[in-house]
Ligand binder design. Structure first.
Ligand code: NAD
Length: 413
């Protein structure tokens, strides 16, 4: 994954030269090729399954713009390469959104679904005990990601307070509302993507309203809900166990209730089951990728039949597959922009925690919409229209400009 991320970076730097006559100092790019700090720990926890040795990582990729920030995921396949790539993308995302953060990411290599709630609390607290010297409101600020949630952020915040003796809610975002979480954070990733999608459809005059969604967790479920409320037809949804499809539309609230009760979309009576692999072959106006990285690769890209793709997941399209989609004329709203609503409201949470203010939901939602649309419009005018570039290249160029300047101003080159 990290190699793929670097290949994409090199290709974008080349495209900048040929298409936009933009050059970046080699030193600025060289610095971005390497994560500044990599923390890898192995710890043991007495769980209900017996003693477990857990591998965990936190990568602080680049802090030119401020303390590093990025999510923390629980997944059995998490490894250092994956976390490095995810941290790398956070550096660019935060720069693109104009947030005063560098990029980081964390991962704990466990299958969260196989543990009890008490086990998860023990693992979360032990992770904080191991990593606390490297974290802090002015150092590195985690947040939820795959298979982590507000409650887990709450356990970690509490453990940090116990270790340091200080109540510093800004050490972690995505917390429960009662302990300094922000209104709107729980669905902010999807809402940010929704605003970008709506604006893109309107400016491109894309009429279709058929939607396919891969991933039905925090990002995917809220996106499905928002789109259905707006009159879109959700024709197929997948989670890790399987996929369901109904040409006339799936009722999102009923499917969510079914998944909450049974742990999967499988078995939902108002839709037919399809193979996971077949989901991406469905002809659709909008495809939402809201699960794992590498969902579309050279292996399956030829089958993808979507007019517009929204990357709510991080890195769901590989570099090579992206080139094929570009040739096919598929519009991709890239992760750096499409899923940035989450980190944007995390930033609002951090600001509220540091200032002691509490903002109403409406204040948060208004600020989120304004920032997402401002960034999209800037990309459109300054890169997409001006140089005939795709959204991903445009997003990287804007982020690279910000990062190169900050690194120069810090005296790094
Ligand atoms: P989540 O754990 O809430 O949900 C993940 C969903 O993906 C689940 O429904 C799971 O069943 C499904 N899934 C897993 N493997 C799958 C597969 N092979 N095929 C189909 N579905 C599969 O996680 P989330 O927070 O919704 O995160 C999803 C993606 O969005 C991740 O890539 C994450 O990095 C990205 N993201 C999340 C946030 C956030 O605030 N939660 C912010 C930015 C980006």
């Amino acid at each position: 994954m990290y190699e793929d991320a670097l290949k994409r970076l090199d290709s974008i730097v080349k495209k900048a030269q040929t298409a936009a006559k933009m050059t970046f100092p080699k030193e600025a790019i060289d610095i971005l090729r390497y994560p500044r700090r990599v923390h890898s720990v192995n710890f043991s926890v007495r769980t209900s399954k017996g003693l477990q040795v857990v591998n965990a990582y936190r990568v602080q990729h680049n802090d030119a713009l401020g303390p590093t920030k990025g999510g923390l995921r629980f997944h059995p396949s998490v490894d250092l390469e994956e976390v490095k790539a995810l941290a790398f993308w956070m550096t660019f995302k935060n720069a693109l959104l104009g947030l005063p953060f560098g990029g980081a990411k964390g991962g704990i290599a466990i299958d969260a679904k196989s543990y009890t709630v008490q086990d998860i609390e023990l693992i979360s607290r032990e992770f904080m005990r191991q990593m606390h010297p490297y974290l802090g409101p002015r150092r590195d600020i985690p947040a939820p990601d795959m298979y982590t949630n507000a409650q887990i952020m709450g356990y970690m915040a509490d453990e940090y307070y116990k270790i340091t003796g200080e109540i510093l809610p800004a050490v972690i975002t995505g917390k429960p509302l009662g302990i300094g979480g922000s209104e709107g954070r729980s669905y902010s990733t999807a809402l940010g993507g929704y605003h970008v999608l709506k604006e893109a459809c309107s400016r491109l005059s894309l009429p279709g309203r058929r939607v396919v969604i891969q991933g039905f967790g925090n990002a995917g479920y809220h996106m499905a809900r928002l789109l259905q409320e707006d009159g879109y037809t959700i024709i197929a949804v997948a989670d890790s166990k399987g996929a369901v499809c109904h040409e006339k539309g799936i009722d999102v609230a009923s499917l969510h209730a079914h998944k909450t009760e049974h742990g999967s979309v499988l078995g939902f009576s108002d839709a037919s089951e399809i193979r996971l692999d077949d989901l991406l072959k469905i002809k659709t106006d909008v495809l939402i990728l809201a699960a794992l990285q590498d969902a579309i690769t050279v292996r399956n890209v030829a089958d993808v039949d979507a007019r517009l793709i929204v990357e709510l997941a991080n890195g769901p399209i590989t570099f090579a597959a992206d080139e094929v989609l570009h040739q096919k004329g598929t519009i991709v709203l890239p992760d750096l922009l499409a899923n940035a609503g989450g980190v944007t409201v995390s930033y609002f949470e951090w600001v509220q925690n540091l200032s002691g203010e509490v903002w109403d939901e409406q204040v948060v939602l208004t600020k989120l919409k304004a920032r997402m649309l401002h960034v999209l419009e800037h990309l459109w005018d300054a890169y997409v229209d001006k140089y005939q570039l795709d959204f991903r290249t445009s997003a990287y160029l804007k982020a690279l400009t910000t990062l190169a300047t900050a690194q120069k101003e810090r005296g790094w080159y």
